[in-house]
Design a protein around this ligand. Structure first.
Ligand code: GDP
Length: 460
């Protein structure tokens, strides 16, 4: 354990009950010992490991007490980082937290980089790369579902599946290699048919993982949703109803103005990311103000469009323009204000955009929201993926690795079918193994690893 010792504030800083300062590395316990004075007893080392101990943080130079705290230490390798770890629970608030952090730095720690604790857990082999990525997904999960999927990934659900396939590939490579290296010896040579059977099986398993990726991405990142429609049709009423129904999370992207406020609405575990851009809420005449061109741009970025029509008025030219625009997109049409006499035939719209869901709503009476949620859930979970499935490939990086792996094993199958020499087939099979290893980090480059952890928050 020659590693230097890192320190960071592990909790969000601000007014809070407590804050936690965390240290990891070979001097973590020494540093804690220098600045922590237990209420009873001389040194933190006199206390058993993992025992939360009451005391004070005291500046050794000025002998001044800085805060009343609880402190604990844990010994490698049974810690988050698999290194020696010390933690200090101090009072919440910026002043004590900063002062204590500064003291740890003065006595030999250095500021941790974002994600460095988790990176160490990975580098020390306690978790693999997919598990490390699950940690940040847990923190950022927008819905229970997203959290569940990330939690299972942290538990090794994805890693184990990938590992099983990689082991199978390794067996196949070994078998092929023996047939290449010792063709004359009395070893049973693998046949083309055997290779193909194995390769097809591997191909199928990778495909099965990949089939979950689109749903997985949406569960992790949210589905980019745009609500569109003429003025006064009920767009704000819809947004407000959705916000009321689900526990919405509003995230303000730091450093930007209000035009990028994202509202996450939780529909059956699917986070709908409704980007309140030019402001459904504020701009009365959305389509007019944005213009058809700008609306098109919005459409192109969206995963889902909810088009609201006032069904108590005849369809206008504008409505028809929008209907044409959405014909190529994932879209749901709401015929709103159905509590009033209807002036629109569902059929005339259906003729132009067959296959699109058309739902009758009365947002003032709260009718039709259930059907809207059903439609969204069906759209996302439809097909192969079950709604209660906790295994999903959620990460685009994993998806790309699986795609490359699938291509390589596909190449191997073609090579077999073309009767190519074994050593050429072996290359494709080995590539498949390599690509899958990027997911768990066995074969990921340092650049990729650094980029992943750079996205973490400080102190994790
Ligand atoms: P937006 O301009 O598209 O955002 O429309 P709003 O949500 O602001 O709604 C415009 C007006 O229509 C408001 O007075 C709403 O109360 C009303 N409204 C919305 N939904 C319904 C509905 O289902 N039925 C009726 N009768 N009025 C509605």
């Amino acid at each position: 354990m020659a590693e230097d010792t890192i320190a960071a504030i592990a909790t969000a800083i601000g007014e809070s009950g407590i804050n936690i300062i965390r240290l990891s590395g070979s001097s973590a316990i020494d540093i804690l010992d220098k600045i922590f004075v237990p209420t009873k007893g001389k040194s933190i080392r006199d206390y058993p490991v993992r025992r939360l101990t009451h005391g004070r943080i005291r500046d050794p130079q000025t002998k001044k007490d800085i805060d009343e705290v609880l402190a604990v230490y844990m010994k490698a390798p049974y810690t988050y980082t698999a290194e020696d770890v010390a933690e200090i629970d101090c009072h919440g608030g910026i002043v004590p937290t900063r002062k204590i952090l500064e003291l740890t730095l003065r006595y030999g720690a250095r500021m941790a980089e974002p994600g460095e604790f988790t990176k160490r857990a990975f580098l020390n082999g306690r978790i693999d790369l997919a598990q490390a990525e699950a940690v940040i997904d847990l923190i950022r999960a927008k819905t229970d579902k997203g959290f569940d999927v990330a939690f299972h990934q942290l538990e090794g659900n994805l890693s184990n599946r990938v590992k099983t396939i990689r082991d199978q590939i390794l067996d196949l490579v070994a078998h092929i290699a023996v047939s290449i290296d010792f063709p004359d010896e009395d070893i049973e040579e693998i046949t083309y048919q055997e290779i193909e059977e194995q390769a097809q099986d591997i191909h199928q398993k990778i495909t099965k993982l990949l089939d979950t990726a689109d749903t997985g991405r949406i569960i992790r990142e949210g589905i980019h949703t745009v609500i569109i429609g003429k003025p006064n049709v009920g767009k704000s009423s819809l947004l407000n109803a959705l916000l009321r129904e689900s526990r919405a999370i509003v995230t303000e992207v730091p450093g930007t103005t209000r035009d990028v406020i994202e509202e996450f609405v939780n529909i059956r575990g699917i986070p709908l990311k409704i980007v309140d851009t030019a402001g459904i809420r504020e701009t009365e005449d959305q389509v007019e103000k944005l213009g058809v061109q700008r609306s098109k741009e919005l459409f192109n970025k969206a995963d889902l469009i909810i088009f609201v029509i006032n069904a108590s008025e005849p369809l206008s030219e504008e409505d028809w323009e929008i209907i044409e625009l959405i014909s190529e997109k994932q879209a749901i049409v709401l015929l709103n204000k159905t509590d009033l006499p209807m002036k629109i035939e569902e059929e005339e719209i259906r003729k132009v955009i067959p296959g699109k869901k058309i739902i009758k709503t009365s947002l003032v009476e709260g009718i039709g929201l259930e059907a809207l949620e059903d439609a969204i859930a069906e759209m996302i979970y439809g097909g192969a993926v079950q709604q209660n499935e906790t295994f999903l490939v959620t990460n685009t990086r994993h998806k790309h690795a699986l795609e490359k792996a699938k291509e390589s094993i596909g190449d191997a199958i073609h090579a077999v079918q073309a009767g190519m020499p074994f050593d050429l087939i072996e290359i494709d099979v080995k590539d498949t193994w390599e690509y899958l290893g990027e997911i768990t980090g066995d074969t990921a480059s340092e650049d990729i690893i650094n980029a992943i952890f750079a996205n973490f928050c400080l102190g994790k």
